[in-house]
Design a protein around this ligand. Sequence first.
Ligand code: MG
Length: 260
Amino acid sequence: MKIARFLEDGTEKYGLIERDKVKAISGFPWEGLEVTGKEYSLESVKLLAPVQPQDVFAIGLNYRSHADETGMKYPTAPVIFIKASSSVIGPGDDIVLPKMAPNEVDYEAELVIVIGRTCKNVSEADALNYVLGYTCGNDVSARDCQLKLDAQWARGKSFDTFCPIGPWIETDIDPDNQPISLKLNGEVMQSSNTSDMIFNCSQIVSYCSQVATMKPGTIIMTGTPLGVGFARKEPVFLKAGDKVEVIIDGIGTLSNGVVK
Ligand code: MG
């Protein structure tokens, strides 16, 4: 099932996508998925970030291939960091290069877990029962802030627009075996599979739930594979006019432009 959040007549709604239609539901998707009867053509509505999360958790260095390219050791437990929830944008929205740090803005294709039930101290075996579904994300990062200037990652990962997610939530995929890729202006920059993750989705949800109470709508970005811009022989950073697409086979394509 695909769950979207969209704007219709100036009102934010959630709905279920069926082929080229979106059928509105009442309330939040974690309260139930009752269709209210109104349906819209998918083309006619503006899709929003599929949730506006209370918290955005993210896992660093979670793909073997990405740890290898950065020359770092595999972590022995998930490395959690936090992005400001105000950095979330939706499909089609622009990533804005921040005035303060416009020169080393990088992309990171990620599978995003969307929590569907309040979640605290859950076991790995039970963890995925607390997940509503999965969406695509881009953990946009100002590398100069993250890696050179600051002793930690909060600023480099939290600029406004640095957390594109979407285009919708898919409820019925195996999150631990999905092809994931990223295209920059049509060129494939990252191409991997979520099976390369060091910690899988059950382990991540269980681990995060031992830290914080995760409310419905909380998202967890699960890390990025090989191919980020800064780790290339000729580093690649985002510039105005670029188009970035995150593609996860079982979900769809999240597409965002880049502006100054
Ligand atoms: Mg990341």
